[in-house]
Write a protein that binds this ligand. Structure first.
Ligand SMILES: Nc1ncnc2c1ncn2[C@@H]1O[C@H](COP(=O)(O)OP(=O)(O)OP(=O)(O)O)[C@@H](O)[C@H]1O
Ligand SMILES: [Mg+2]
Length: 320
């Protein structure tokens, strides 16, 4: 288009073309080029995505390195989660926050947990992670009581993004490698790409060295969540627990992330606490909690159909 203007300008100077004709020609030229530019843009994007996946495949395929994973006789978790009649109540609270929950999640599956606020989702997650101890019942990861897992195995093979994301004053890279300081920069970038944060970080003047304030100020709420997810992924965990970890993302970003998770991170057990039907639809299995109890559970497709309700089903029928 620039060349066109240049040639046009010379022709005008030479008196062979009117300004009006040049304007018309450059508009037509730009129109003609637009689809081409779009194609190039899309192609470049595709390359970026493909690259991101390639890196992620490498990242996720890497064995868990170093001494961290050893101890406890080189335990490599398979990722089976099992709650066996688990109950729990907070001190000073008469009611049970989790009430006689029995649940099995097979290795490599994605389980969605949903339910009203206060129904016990976060408490269930804390029990699953051994952060709280059940007053009755047992929590097993593979065949280990979660309390018996060594902290090293735990740290290296279980990735958690809690509901209240905790970032600290430090650089973005430091925030991502927290708890796994030996992780290479390449892995930091791979994890950031995976969650869709890389582009935004690159646009910052200091990139991954951008310093965040106390509690991660300097990033949007959604970006803070993405940093926390990248932090959980950078350790290449066997079990990934996301407690409303994507709540501040727009639906499109969340779906993209979950699709990435399904595709590239297969073989990992994922526990996804969410209110979003679209996110539940990406799961294998869905559990609905109410007042600390499992009120419904089943294959995602079935549960999603139930949850999305009569009105929407009527619409779907009308469409199909
Ligand atoms: N630290 C705590 N001390 C006392 N009670 C608590 C504590 N945390 C949660 N509870 C109570 O336990 C119950 C379950 O809370 P939980 O945080 O597990 O719910 P949730 O399903 O995660 O809710 P939300 O969707 O709002 O995150 C609630 O009745 C809540 O009041
Ligand atoms: Mg919660």
């Amino acid at each position: 288009a620039l060349a066109l203007v240049y040639v046009g300008a010379r022709l005008i100077v030479a008196g062979e073309l009117t300004i009006g004709a040049l304007v018309a020609a450059s508009i037509l030229g730009a129109r003609a080029l637009a689809p081409l530019r779009q194609i190039f843009g899309a192609w470049r994007e595709l390359q970026t995505v493909r690259e991101a996946f390639a890196r992620l495949d490498t990242l996720m395929g890497e064995p868990i390195e170093g001494s961290e994973a050893r101890g406890q006789g080189d335990v490599r978790l398979e990722g089976r989660l099992q709650l066996d009649g688990v109950s729990f109540g907070y001190h000073g609270d008469g009611r049970a926050a989790v009430d006689d929950v029995t649940l099995t999640v097979e290795p490599g599956r994605i389980v969605g947990i949903t339910g009203a606020p206060g129904s016990g989702k976060s408490t269930l997650v804390k029990l699953l992670l051994g952060v709280e101890q059940p007053t009755a019942g047992r929590v097993l990861i593979d065949d280990f009581d979660v309390r018996r897992l060594s902290p090293a195995v735990y740290r290296s093979q279980i990735g958690v993004v809690p509901q209240d994301v905790q970032l600290f004053a430090g650089t973005i890279a430091e925030n991502i490698t927290l708890g796994a300081p030996d992780k290479s920069f390449a892995r930091v970038i791979a994890a950031a790409r995976f969650v869709g944060l890389h582009e935004a970080v690159q646009r910052m003047a200091e990139g991954y060295d951008t310093r965040l304030g106390e509690r991660g100020t300097g990033l949007s709420t959604g970006q803070r969540q993405l940093v926390a997810i990248a932090r959980a992924l950078v350790r290449n965990p066997r079990i990934l627990v996301l407690d409303e970890a994507t709540s501040a993302l727009d639906a499109a970003t969340e779906e993209l992330f979950l699709a990435n998770l399904r595709r590239a991170a297969a073989g990992r057990t994922v526990v996804l606490v969410t209110h979003r039907i679209a996110a539940l639809a990406m799961c294998d299995q869905v559990v609905v909690l109410g007042h600390g109890k499992i009120i419904r559970q089943g294959p995602a497709a079935e549960m999603v159909a139930q949850l999305s309700g009569r009105a929407q089903r009527a619409n779907l029928h009308a469409v199909s």
